[in-house]
Each structure stands twice: as structure tokens, then as C-alpha cells.
Design a protein around this ligand. Structure first.
Ligand SMILES: Cc1ncc(COP(=O)(O)O)c(C=O)c1O
Length: 412
């Protein structure tokens, strides 16, 4: 049997990401390839760097894409900044904090994790006290953790890190473009993201930015691949083995040499993903960062009120909820997976399940990127009402769409 051409079923992706890609991004990604060092390509790379400086709200020269999903950006930042034996502090308030712990451990760090109950975040004083006690070289914090829908306030942490000589890293994969992220103002030294959430693209490219202090760490660890060294250079371009970054693919010093004026060959840049990432940033900046955040806040609150209007309970500390995803308690006696299955087969709508301690307890419904739209919110709430009624749950007739429409009317 020879497989047919790709023809995915029509879906409205209303989970915690990925979401439907903006058609403009898909269009950009269908453009023909050019060579790696073609002036057109290097120009696209430079433009992409400048676009993401604006998206991250930073003046950092070292702003680029890591080829791979968001996790590749996280691994690149960690393995490049953390030396074996370094102390790393990770405040964990959901699944992706645990991922930072695991990656830091794999880098050979001495990892200290702080834990907050899922559905809550940390007060800055808790993190400050732990920094004074642990004396880490790096603080690694998730900004918006889709597993719990919480967003950790970061604004005060940069000052605390600076006063204590700590580098400050955050994973903003799920928040960037739909929640406020201010790299320079908040004193962040390393920030990594992905395209498949509020940026409205597919997964597969990880925008990343590094402060001059982070680049200084890379400078001490910089090496040049033997096959690229000048004749007779010997090992002169390699640091002591203990200093060398423990990954070649994720060696940000090498990747910077590739993106920077030296254009030293490293991997073959994922051209199609770069076209997509560039278009995501162009779309976001055309709308304006503040307008996009406002759009996520509007449609996120319409979904939140719609869920409540159906008579369902919202998970977690709503004061610290991300704009772009809501956790919905699965009513007693309702089979969460069966509801998700019926939404998908009858309505073509995908909502998210959940992980770890929340598995089977909540659904996660996203309103982000291209799908942070009024019609997507109303369609999802209308379908959810019908599916829940058929599942035997007590839902308020018309309560979901009605409450969402009230939010829109109040902000019109
Ligand atoms: C906060 C956060 N970090 C990291 C990831 C991992 O992203 P990826 O699957 O693109 O590697 C996700 C994905 O949901 C996320 O929400």
C-alpha cells in the first residue's frame, strides 16, 4: 500500500498548544530553500534576530533560533551556561519546572528544587530566601507553566539575582506573545521560547536570547571544532576539557559563531523553520505586543467566564493564571477522556488532558495565538455544553456562550 498525500482532518486546536498555525506562517514555510550562506539567507537570519529582539523586549545582540522544539532551547541554555558541579536553583510549580530540574541534573549540576503546590506560584521572598541559602550560579524558572496554567511573576527576581551574583534564566515557551515578557526590564540573562503557543506557529524552532553576562560565560567555554580550525592552530581554540560545553549541537558559543559575523559553520540551519519563525514574529509585531497580550487577555477571560457560566469549576489561583489557558475541573462522574474524544470526533475540537497529580482531574483549554479569537471561544463553549449534557453533567443551558458574550459586550 502506498500512503496517500497528507490530508489532515479539519481541527480546531483549543488545547494548551500546539494550536492551529496562522495560515501566513504556513505560507511562508512553503517558500523554496536557499543555500546556507546565500546573502538572502544570512539577511533573513539577521532580520529574524532583530524581530526576536523586539519580541523578547531586549537589546541583546545574542538573540537567535535554536533548531528544535522548545525543549531544545532549554537544553541549549542549560548545557551552555551550567558547568558540571554548579549549583542551580529551580522553583517548581508544575511539570515544566520538573523538566528544568531534570535537564540541569543531566548537565551535572547540583540542583536545588523548591516546590509549590500545583495551582499556585512562589512569592519573590521565598525565592530570595532560597537564593541566599543555596548560593546558586543559576536561577532557572518557568514563566507560564501550561501543566498548571499558572504564571510565575518574574519582575522582582532579576534584581535579587543581580544582588546575589546569580544568572537568571526563564522558559517563556507558553507565555511569550500572550503574556507580558520583559527580558531587559526584568533582568533576565537567558530566555527561551517556542512557536506553537501564543506565537501561532508550528513547534520546531526555539527563539532564544542571552544577556552580555550570559555570553561572558560562553566566552570562557568557547571552542572551535577541529575541522574548522585554521591550519596549525592545534588545540589553541579549545578550552580545558572541564570547561567545554557538554553538547556539540546545543553549544551556544558555537551557534553564536554561526549566527554572528564569523559565520562559522555549525549545523545546517533549518531554513523552513526559520521562515516560519520569522513570519510568527512579523505577525506579532504588526499587531503590536501590547495589543496581542490584550487580545489573549480578552479571549482568555471570555473562556474563563464561559467555563464558569456552564457551572464548571476553574482550577488554581486565578489571580496568577496565564491569559492563554484555563484549567477546568472535570465534574464528578464524568469521564474526561470520553468528553475529549466526543469533542474531537463530533465537533473537530481538541482540548487538553493533564499530567501528573492533575491527570484525570482537569481539562486544559487554550485560547492562544491564531486561536485567541471570539468565534473559536464561542464554538468551543457551545460544543462543550452539548457534550457535557450528553455525558450526564449538570450544565447551565446557554450559560457558557452567554457569559463569554457578556465579556465581549462589556469590553466592546
Ligand atoms: C512551559 C513549557 N516549556 C516547555 C515545553 C516543551 O516544549 P516542546 O514540546 O516544544 O519541546 C512546553 C510545551 O508544552 C511548555 O509549555
Amino acid at each position: 500500500m502506498h500512503p496517500l498525500p497528507i490530508a489532515p482532518p479539519p481541527r480546531l486546536l483549543m488545547g494548551p498548544g500546539p494550536i492551529n498555525s496562522d495560515p501566513r506562517v504556513l505560507h511562508a514555510m512553503s517558500a523554496q530553500l536557499v543555500g546556507q550562506f546565500d546573502p538572502a539567507m544570512t539577511e533573513y537570519m539577521a532580520e529574524t534576530q532583530e524581530l526576536y529582539r523586539r519580541v523578547f523586549r531586549t537589546g541583546n545582540e545574542a538573540t537567535l533560533l535554536v533548531d528544535g522544539t522548545s525543549r531544545a532551547g532549554i537544553e541549549a541554555a542549560m548545557v551552555s551556561l551550567v558547568r558540571p558541579g554548579d549549583r542551580v536553583l529551580v522553583p517548581v510549580f508544575g511539570r515544566f519546572g520538573s523538566l528544568l530540574v531534570e535537564i540541569a541534573e543531566r548537565c551535572g549540576a547540583e540542583v536545588h528544587a523548591l516546590h509549590a503546590e500545583w495551582g499556585t506560584v512562589f512569592a519573590p521572598e521565598q525565592i530570595e530566601a532560597a537564593i541566599r541559602e543555596v548560593r546558586p550560579t543559576l536561577l532557572a524558572v518557568v514563566h507560564g507553566d501550561t501543566s498548571t496554567t499558572m504564571v510565575q511573576p518574574l519582575a522582582d527576581l532579576g534584581r535579587i539575582c543581580r544582588e546575589n551574583g546569580v544568572l537568571f534564566y526563564s522558559d517563556v515557551t507558553a507565555s511569550l506573545g500572550g503574556n507580558d515578557v520583559r527580558t531587559d526590564e526584568w533582568g533576565l540573562d537567558a530566555v527561551t521560547a517556542g512557536l506553537q503557543k501564543c506565537l501561532g506557529g508550528p513547534s520546531g524552532s526555539a527563539p532564544l536570547t542571552l544577556s552580555p553576562a550570559a555570553v561572558a560565560v560562553l566566552d570562557e567555554r568557547r571552542s572551535i571544532e577541529a575541522g574548522l580550525r585554521a591550519p596549525g592552530a592545534g588545540d589553541a581554540d579549545s578550552p580545558a576539557p572541564a570547561e567545554r560545553i557538554r553538547s556539540n549541537y546545543f553549544d551556544l558559543a558555537m551557534i553564536l559563531d554561526y549566527w554572528g559575523p564569523k559565520r562559522l559553520n555549525h549545523h545546517t540551519e533549518a531554513t523552513t523553520m526559520l521562515y516560519g519563525a520569522r513570519e510568527c514574529a512579523r505577525i506579532l509585531l504588526e499587531e503590536g505586543l501590547d495589543a496581542a497580550i490584550g487580545r489573549h487577555a480578552l479571549h482568555g477571560s471570555a473562556m474563563l467566564e464561559g467555563v464558569r457560566g456552564l457551572g464548571l469549576e476553574v482550577f488554581g489561583d486565578v489571580a496568577h493564571k496565564m491569559t492563554n489557558v484555563v484549567g477546568v475541573a472535570i465534574p464528578d462522574g464524568v469521564d474526561g477522556d470520553a468528553v475529549r474524544g466526543e469533542l474531537l470526533t463530533d465537533y473537530g475540537i481538541e482540548i487538553g488532558t493533564s499530567f501528573g497529580p492533575l491527570h484525570g482531574r482537569i481539562w486544559r483549554i487554550g485560547t492562544m495565538g491564531y486561536n485567541a479569537r471570539r468565534d473559536a471561544v464561542l464554538t468551543t463553549l457551545a460544543a462543550l455544553e452539548q457534550v457535557l449534557r450528553r455525558a450526564g453533567a449538570a450544565v447551565t443551558a446557554g450559560g457558557g456562550t452567554g457569559a463569554a458574550l457578556d465579556v465581549y459586550a462589556a469590553t466592546a
